[in-house]
Write a protein that binds this ligand. Structure first.
Ligand code: ADP
Ligand code: MG
Length: 291
């Protein structure tokens, strides 16, 4: 997850005015988390559990951030990436779950999604936000080592097999956090909500009785234009693009999604959007489809 100030979001929720007299007006909260802007909007009859719902959504995001941030040297993921080679480590249930989901995505996408892309991100300078062209030899040596790690979901034990191996869950973390947040809301009976995490959305239930949530997708080339409009019910939407997070090397822009087969930032596509019931899956697939 790259820390990011408030940038224009990839997606905007076109909040249609809710004029129906029998419906309470939308309730909306906004806050900063995971290096981006998050929002929660609740619709339907007002419930006594709304403040608690807001709190749990925020807690879910903070939990994911504190476990999986590659920026925070004290996150569980950062510690795991520094663990001695060949000594296995037990992961917390949440990090273990997310890594298991990421590995399933790796299998599903034939390695286009690679949780072990961390050393590539590092080599290209993404963590320093200062790009540099990697030495071709160093890159060629690194490629076969990207998957030099083992994870055993049943025991939640993780092991690095070489000094190079390291994990970055930035390709699924937002979706994973959205799934946690949506589950927390449902547990409280809050079943009509839109959760926005930096442009990754989860839409629970309906915006109005009989009417789905409407979400506009911005044109990647013209941010003032909506180029597609979606109707969502109990669905998440994730967009991956290279135009918002990039580094510039010798005047050329390089996006933050790596092609594990070449070791280079993926090129040739402006953005990929995935609609899914499972936000983790949608987020991971958007990243993989971009590759
Ligand atoms: P965003 O954080 O903007 O929603 P994505 O979901 O598209 O971005 O994921 C991009 C992030 O995924 C990168 O910043 C990096 O942390 C990680 N990543 C980069 N390349 C890959 C890859 N091939 N497979 C899995 N994760 C990747
Ligand atoms: Mg993604």
């Amino acid at each position: 997850m790259l820390p990011l100030r408030i940038t224009a979001l990839l997606l905007i929720a076109s909040v249609l005015a809710c004029d129906r007299a029998d419906e309470a007006p939308p309730r909306r909260w906004e806050f900063e988390t995971m290096g981006t802007l998050a929002a929660l909007e609740l619709r339907g009859p007002v419930s006594e559990h709304e403040a608690e719902g807001m709190k749990r959504v925020e807690e879910a995001f903070r939990a994911v951030d504190s476990l999986m941030s590659t920026w925070d040297p004290n996150s569980e993921l950062s510690r795991l990436n520094r663990a001695p080679v060949d000594s296995s480590l037990a992961l917390s249930p949440l990090l273990g779950d997310c890594l298991a989901r990421a590995l399933a995505l790796r299998t599903l996408t034939n390695g286009a999604f690679e949780p072990g892309a961390e050393p590539l991100m590092r080599l290209w300078g993404f963590y320093r936000r200062e790009g540099r062209l990697p030495d071709p030899e160093a890159l060629a040596e690194l490629l076969p080592r990207l998957d030099d790690y083992d994870y055993e979901p049943d025991t939640r034990r993780f092991l690095r097999r070489s000094e190079e191996a390291a994990i970055d869950l930035g390709g699924v973390a937002k979706g994973f956090a959205l799934d946690l947040a949506a589950a927390a809301l449902l547990e409280l009976g809050l079943d009509r909500a839109m959760i926005d995490l930096g442009g990754n959305l989860y839409c629970l239930g309906e915006a109005e009785a009989g009417r789905a949530w409407r979400v506009g997708i911005r044109d990647p080339l013209d941010r003032d234009r909506i180029f597609a409009s979606l109707s969502l019910r109990d669905q998440a939407v994730a967009t991956s693009g290279s135009y918002e997070r990039f580094v510039t090397i010798d005047g050329k822009r390089y996006g933050h999604i790596m092609n594990p087969a070449t070791g280079r930032p993926a090129e040739g596509l402006l953005s990929a959007t995935v609609i899914s019931e499972d936000a983790t899956m949608g987020d991971g697939l958007a990243t993989a489809l971009f590759v």
